[in-house]
Design a protein. Structure first.
Length: 545
């Protein structure tokens, strides 16, 4: 079943249903919202995880399903740093063709940034997608604007390493794109310097009532994140700033459940309503965003003098937004009480008994293929041939899913016969190569086969005590239960009861950065890469309310 569950609907004063935020739970950042071929679509970035762009689909902005995965073999992410790779994709639809622009970030080491922007196209979300067209490397967050006259324009944040402040974002630039020659033409022109909120990025242009509206993100992606709007009668500017900017932010309400609100994009419904998708976090204890950056939707309105505002006034992102008029899921007053008011917890299970892995699985920097991840070698099992270490940036042989609830249980069963302490396989909570917890079957010279726990927090590695001896050659089950910033691992030997694996752990370090926590299964071999393999019998993730 899909990792993303259906948004709950309740009743509002105007007789509509409501959209319960966030609509895409777990790591789903940098949303771009559009309407194409009669459906609403949201494209989100995946950073170092592949496939590189996930697309969700909805008929009504209420319920969302995992529709497609874009960027697969078109990119090479090996060696890219944590929090790098695929940033802020923008998906557009014009004249029977989908356009996807995205950034592949190769280095984030200050003062420079290697951020390469590309474009691919396809007649359908299912492809075939073209080979990437290289655009530029002057900054990140590219966006393609299709003007009424048929001309196409690329916008992006521009990076200036010469700036003496930590903020190297120097505003928004625009340059024409020639679809025939598949190249940028002319010279880039500065559209917008940004405001004092700084870190101006994520530009999108919308045309309405003779105005060009420039929607940007400012204030950084942390607690200062905000949406700022500017407008001009001419595409090339000058752009005047919304006198009441920012249009949306939670920066002055650290107690609010939705934090880090920004990176907005707009869509108009067939009935003339306007909505904005944006990223947000739901930090535990006000600071630990274990789930990463998620996607929420707000209803927005235009004032009489043509500025964008949140529905109902104010600047805070709301936990509920009125569903569109005419929505198939909009409830009338009599039926509203029978409908759920929140997301149902996610249940995901893969028993590895089908022809292919479930598409919810993700991999790090490399695509899964038969050379290391196969269902064919042993029917009813997923065989993972061991790759490099848990901290590799190249051949990390792991498949993982997003954590979507703060309370959950995940478990797996594997058959693995390591011959060295340098060989290990098992179950991980994984944020990045500097922050993870690993329950693994490995070998100890004195004890033989064991299950043990290791942790890497802020790049400090700890091998935890209390290994569990695994006599014989039977299968081993591993489980983890999470509750906010606490987790407890356990194991079960073949035919026996579950037993604790170490003490309860604080996992607050599995938060921060640009991504969110993943739960994965993997095999690693630092004795001889590819020299061992683990057979996994099943994997189950159950979110809890």
């Amino acid at each position: 079943m899909n990792e993303q569950t259906t948004a709950g609907i309740a009743n509002t004063a105007e007789g509509r249903g409501v959209i319960a935020n966030p609509v895409l739970r777990g790591f789903n950042p940098d949303p771009y919202l559009l309407r194409a071929e009669g459906k609403y679509l949201i494209a989100v970035s995946s950073f170092e995880w592949l496939p590189g762009v996930r697309v969700y689909e909805s008929a009504d902005l209420n319920s969302w399903t995992h529709r497609a995965d874009l960027l697969t073999d078109q990119v090479d992410l090996r060696g890219n740093p944590k929090n790098g790779s695929i940033w802020a994709p923008q998906l557009s639809w014009r004249d029977g063709l989908y356009y996807l622009v995205y950034t592949d970030v190769k280095s984030t080491r200050r003062p420079f940034k290697d951020s390469h922007n590309y474009l691919i196209t396809a007649p359908s979300l299912d492809g075939p997608w073209s080979e990437p067209v290289y655009l530029n490397s002057s900054g990140f967050d590219p966006s393609l604007f299709h003007d009424d006259d048929g001309r196409k324009w690329l916008l992006n944040e521009i990076w200036d390493y010469r700036l003496e402040t930590s903020n190297k974002s120097a505003g928004i630039v625009i340059q024409e794109y020639d679809p025939i020659g598949q190249t940028l033409i002319g010279e880039p022109a500065k559209l917008f310097d940004g405001t004092h909120l700084a870190k101006t990025e994520a530009p999108h242009i919308y045309k309405r009532d003779g105005w060009y509206y420039l929607i940007t993100a400012e204030g950084g992606t942390g607690t200062g994140h905000a949406v700022t709007v500017a407008r001009s009668r001419q595409l090339a500017g000058p752009y005047e700033i919304d006198p009441d900017f920012p249009m949306m932010t939670a920066s002055d309400r650290p107690d609010w459940p939705l934090q880090c609100a920004g990176h907005g994009s707009l869509v108009e419904t067939p009935e003339g309503d306007w909505y904005m998708a944006h990223l947000c976090t739901r930090p535990v204890e006000g600071q630990y965003a274990i789930l990463g950056r998620e996607t929420a939707i707000q209803k927005v309105e235009w004032t009489e003098d043509g500025w964008l505002r949140l529905y109902g006034g104010g600047k805070l992102p709301l936990l509920e937004a009125p569903a569109p008029a005419g929505s198939a899921n909009a409830a009338d007053a009599g039926a509203a009480k029978e409908l759920p008011s929140a997301h149902a917890p996610c249940l995901f299970e893969d028993r590895f008994d089908g022809p292919a892995l479930h598409r919810n699985w993700n991999t790090l920097r490399i695509l899964r293929d038969e050379s290391w991840c196969t269902l064919a070698a042993r029917p009813g099992y997923l065989r993972i041939t061991a790759g490099e270490s848990p901290q590799t940036l190249f051949r990390h042989h792991m498949v993982a899913i997003r954590q979507t609830e703060l309370r959950f249980r995940a478990e797996t069963t594997l058959d693995y016969a390591p011959t060295s302490y340098l060989q290990m396989a098992g179950l991980l909570l994984y944020l990045n190569d500097e922050n993870y917890v690993y329950a693994c079957v490995t070998r100890d010279e004195r004890q033989g086969r064991v299950v043990r726990l290791m942790r890497c927090a802020s790049d400090v590695f700890t091998l935890l005590p209390d290994a569990v001896l695994v006599p014989g050659g039977g299968e081993v089950s591993l489980a983890v239960e999470g509750d906010g910033i606490q987790a407890r691992f356990s194991c079960r030997l073949d035919g026996e009861a579950w037993q604790p694996l170490g003490e309860e752990l604080a996992i607050d370090f599995l938060s921060g950065g640009f991504t969110g926590n993943f739960i994965g299964i993997a095999a690693h071999d630092m004795y001889r890469t590819g020299g061992s393999h683990a057979d996994f019998a099943a994997f189950r993730y159950e979110g809890r309310a």
